[in-house]
Write a protein that binds this ligand. Structure first.
Ligand SMILES: [Zn+2]
Length: 121
């Protein structure tokens, strides 16, 4: 992500009180490593900043409002702890026959599709 975009992100997150002063630099240093079409996993943000997963989603939804990322879906197998390795723009775009690449269990779209974020700029 470019310094311009990162500066905007920093401003917005602090202004809206979405992140604390002492975590913002860690976040910015992490975000600088992403390029367009990269996927940002809320779980990664959670781990990097040691924050609750809901706070990680708040940050990512704020980035979406700025037009920096967009929400996409990726099926995930809770038993094997692996992602499908393909993202979809909506739940309805996930093929009916999509199943876990490891245990072959059919994905349940209500519980197995995780909201993640694709970098736009
Ligand atoms: Zn599985």
């Amino acid at each position: 992500m470019s310094p311009d975009v990162l500066y905007q992100i920093k401003d917005k997150l602090l202004e809206d009180d979405i992140i604390s002063e002492n975590k913002i630099d860690t976040l910015i240093k992490h975000l600088i490593t992403y390029s367009p079409s990269n996927i940002v996993y809320p779980g990664t943000i959670k781990r990097k900043l040691s924050i609750p997963i809901l706070d990680a989603y708040k940050i990512l939804y704020a980035l979406q409002e700025l037009g920096v990322v967009k929400q996409v879906y990726e099926p995930y197998c809770h038993e094997c702890d692996i992602f499908y390795d393909q993202t979809f723009p909506s739940l309805s775009a996930i093929p009916k026959q999509a199943c876990c690449p490891q245990c072959r269990k059919d994905f349940n779209l209500a519980t197995d599709a995780i909201v993640i974020f694709e970098v736009i700029i």
